[in-house]
Design a protein. Structure first.
Length: 476
């Protein structure tokens, strides 16, 4: 009777900040995983005594941007704390984090779950250092490239009731962080890691039960599988008359199951205290105002739906990243025609990109918005047919840059000379007596054939609308 139980979930997401350098030293912040081991290290991030931390401006700035993107309150004063524990990937023996006074607190991220717009509350966001990486290869090796590189930890309230809500939030969070350039948030590169806290309760209950913290989730699909599996595991425990234990479990995606990782986190004494080598981070009103985020991908998506009347899938695709969305908006500004702008991007341009080896993303798109706007304008003014407009865009995609030059070069300009088109139509009628008779006997399908013959005879330059009208009047 699993339908009588509901999931209650809260997420703790760690995101790698996209700064040039690490959080407190000038070592490179290695955002790719491919660098040689232990090349981005110095006295500070190796934990040698005497080396002092200096907070990176970029980390603070991107932290503020990310916090504002999530509509959080940025705290004018935040404080760094030392969290002490021993582990070989942590050379200093402590992590620098923000426990009591985080940089951002409250408020929310909105996301579409299917077609429904929902809001999930953010409890807090703080800045903290990452640890190094252990490599187990017979003996254990350590790579400190990542040690002391900057992370944001984003903690939500327990607002999630289904796997789809979790995935919708994470996808939106990823888009949002990319949009403000605070992180590439790429899970495969370990730039985004998410722990899911899960409990269950009987539908209708309002209290919270013991939760399990699931770790080691390496992809969105693994998160989905882990949630489903944990839901059923907890239901089985409760139905057997037991109580779910509050614990941390590690997800093993290959085996499709989780196993206990360590006992309650609270059991460990991290001996938190304010980091003595750093002053509090103080941010002025002006500093925060200068990093305001006015426009989020979700807001663009809603605008494309409500103001432009686009289909839900189109609105989603066109707001998926900043390059695509900016391009679309520039095109709309030039054409005043959101629907045609949408269709030229999502059908014509995207299929060219898919087929291309070298220009696969909007950032590499060689067709300027101005050129595409000119093409749409020419179609709207009947100067080229919509079929031929695709040929023009294909040429633009291969590096030509002047739509009108392409049209003249290839002879694609549409012929709107009604006298000339009428001559062609009369010839076609004269040459196809059988089909004409057929049409007059009520077979309307033949009409399309006759228009096609006219188009062919005009070398595809005749205006098909004009041919339609001429044929209609001659045949009635
Ligand atoms: P702690 O201080 O013990 O780490 P937090 O209050 O920071 O606990 O919560 C950690 C995460 O667990 C948050 O994302 C929160 O929303 C989530 N959470 C808290 N209680 C529950 C619960 N009963 N079920 C599911 N998630 C929960
Ligand atoms: Zn360093
Ligand atoms: Mg916590």
């Amino acid at each position: 009777m699993q339908s009588s139980y509901e999931l209650v979930m809260g997420l703790e997401t760690h995101v790698r900040v996209k700064s040039e350098t690490k959080m407190f030293c000038s070592c490179k912040n290695a955002l790719e995983l491919s660098d040689e081991a232990n090349v981005h290290v110095c006295d500070f991030c190796m934990g040698f005594p005497g080396a002092l931390p200096v907070l990176s401006d970029a980390v603070a700035s991107l932290g503020v941007r990310a916090g504002l993107a999530m509509k959080c309150t940025i705290n004018q004063k935040s404080v760094f704390d030392r969290k002490s524990y021993f582990y070989p990937d942590l050379p200093a023996g402590f992590q620098i984090t923000q426990l009591y006074h985080p940089i951002a607190t409250h408020w929310e991220v909105s996301a579409f779950v299917g077609t429904k717009l929902q809001t999930f509350r953010i409890a807090r966001m703080h800045l903290e250092t990452d640890a190094g990486k252990l490599i187990h290869a017979g003996k254990t090796l350590v790579d400190y490239n990542r040690a002391s590189s900057p992370l944001m930890e984003i903690v939500t309230e327990p607002d999630f009731r289904s796997r789809d809500e979790v995935l919708a939030y994470l996808e939106e969070l990823q888009k949002l962080l990319r949009f403000v350039d605070a992180s590439d948030a790429d899970m495969e590169k370990w730039q985004l890691r998410c722990d899911v806290n899960i409990s269950i309760r009987k539908t209708g209950e309002t209290h919270f039960n013991n939760r399990v913290e699931l770790k080691n989730l390496n992809s969105f699909s693994a998160i989905g599988r882990a949630i489903d599996t944990e839901f059923h595991r907890q239901i089985a425990i409760v139905q057997a008359g037991w109580v779910v234990e509050q614990e941390t479990r590690g997800w093993d995606d290959d085996r499709g199951m989780s196993a206990p990782q360590r006992s309650k986190e609270d059991a460990m004494d991290y001996r938190y205290f304010p980091e003595p080598d750093l002053t509090p981070l103080i941010l002025s009103d002006e500093y925060i105002a200068a990093r305001a985020v006015t426009d989020r991908p979700i807001e663009r998506r809603v605008r494309y739906l409500d103001e432009y009347g686009l289909l839900s899938d189109d609105a989603r695709i066109l707001s998926r990243d900043r390059e695509t969305s900016d391009y679309f908006e520039r095109l709309v500004a030039l054409t005043g025609d959101p629907k045609k702008s949408c269709s030229y991007i999502t059908t014509v341009l995207f299929s060219l990109m898919e087929a291309s080896q070298t220009h696969r993303s909007m950032a590499e798109n060689p067709v300027s918005a101005e050129a595409l706007a000119r093409v749409i304008d020419l179609v709207n003014r009947d100067e080229i047919s919509s079929t031929n407009s695709k040929v023009v865009v294909e040429r633009l995609f291969t590096g030509w840059w002047e739509p009108d030059a392409i049209i003249d070069e290839l002879g694609l300009r549409q012929n709107n000379d009604t006298e000339m088109l009428a001559d062609i139509a009369m010839k076609i009628i004269a040459n196809h007596p059988e089909q004409v008779a057929d049409y007059k006997n009520g077979n309307e399908k033949v009409f399309g054939f006759l228009v096609g013959q006219c188009m062919k005879a005009s070398k595809w330059q005749g205006n098909p609308k004009a041919f339609n009208e001429i044929l209609l009047s001659k045949l009635s």
